[in-house]
Design a protein around this ligand. Structure first.
Ligand code: ZN
Length: 138
């Protein structure tokens, strides 16, 4: 079995943002030479998440609105805000998840037509967000 590892480095410019990383993941899958297997997409961050969904500008704002509503940034009920004003982002990362796994078939990332892959920033702007991509298979 082949294991190919690479990473994507991006910056974010808003507190809440969805950054489409689909093309860069697909380039890594292509470079890996893996024909059939899986691709792990993992963000080593406690205040961001990886999600897959449609890249449509209205929907992107809808998702971000719902993330804010759900995680309640600035809420006085979050204990972590006493030491670091980003409890909402930790909660979002914990619950939405910092990784997704996709099949790779015939050398291509398997995803739905309306499924792009995004880094979900919840504590930006950040000058450096890293996404690890591990492609495994044969
Ligand atoms: Zn924190």
């Amino acid at each position: 079995m082949k294991v190919y590892m690479d990473q994507i480095v991006i910056s974010t410019n808003r507190r809440f943002q969805l950054v489409d990383i689909t093309e860069r993941i697909e380039e890594i899958v292509e470079r890996s030479g893996v024909r059939n297997g899986v691709a792990l997409v993992f963000a080593p961050h406690a205040t961001a998440a990886i999600v897959a969904n449609e890249h449509e500008s209205g929907l992107i704002e809808d998702i971000l609105d719902k993330v804010k509503e759900f995680t309640e940034p600035g809420s006085s009920k979050w204990r972590h805000n006493i030491i670091d004003d980003n409890a909402h982002a930790h909660i979002g990362s914990a619950l939405f998840g910092a990784e997704r796994v996709f099949p790779v078939a015939n050398g291509r990332l398997v995803r739905g037509v309306w499924q792009n892959v995004f880094l979900l920033e919840m504590d930006g702007p950040r000058s450096r967000r890293v996404v690890h991509v591990v492609v495994m298979g044969e």
